[in-house]
Design a protein around this ligand. Sequence first.
Ligand SMILES: Cc1cc2nc3c(=O)[nH]c(=O)nc-3n(C[C@H](O)[C@H](O)[C@H](O)COP(=O)(O)O)c2cc1C
Length: 201
Amino acid sequence: MATPYVLVLYYSRQGKTARMAQHIARGVEQIDGIEARLRTVPDISANCEATEPSVPEQGAVYCSLEDLRDCHGLVLGSPTRFGNMAAPLKYFIDSTSSLWLTGALIDKPASVFTSTASLHGGQESTLLSMAMPLLHHGMLFSGLPYSEAELLSTNAGGTPYGASHWAGEQSERDLTEQELALCLAQGKRMGRLAKALRTEA
Ligand SMILES: Cc1cc2nc3c(=O)[nH]c(=O)nc-3n(C[C@H](O)[C@H](O)[C@H](O)COP(=O)(O)O)c2cc1C
């Protein structure tokens, strides 16, 4: 039988959300018997003729509907764009009606993460906007509890709605110790939840 996995699905243009995804995946893999599967989504274009190779030049491969259907938990990440998730990720989510129709994601744990240029530039609104489609899919939305001490000590990203990173105007800031710890904690929590709630297909 295939090892159960948590899908860490993200879009990232400048690499910050991708870095968070890697740390979250490390957290998932700290839980025995659960794997992390890193996946991304392609850019979208106003030109409907534009195409990309089906396997990206570098980084994670593109997510298939089967990757999403068969996961035991989902962590969804996006840069903040005008206080909301980025269009390429929303575009992928809008292609998941067949999973909604079959209830494929019902009762699976889910959580979200984001990166912004400015400290008060919409992290929490983005995280909440990302929660909405997951709730429509019947997933069990999970944030970060305040037992994670970094939620109180952070002077950059990190919210009870999910991990976040303050990247700076030019993406010049590294992830802080607290932001990293919260990514790891979120991954571990999702791994634990996926294991506890696991049901056979
Ligand atoms: C179209 C667009 C809209 C953006 N909107 C916001 C915003 O509302 N608030 C903010 O702080 N940053 C905003 N940003 C900046 C990105 O959220 C930020 O650079 C993020 O760290 C990028 O993540 P990435 O490195 O994973 O691509 C925006 C960037 C773009 C391209």
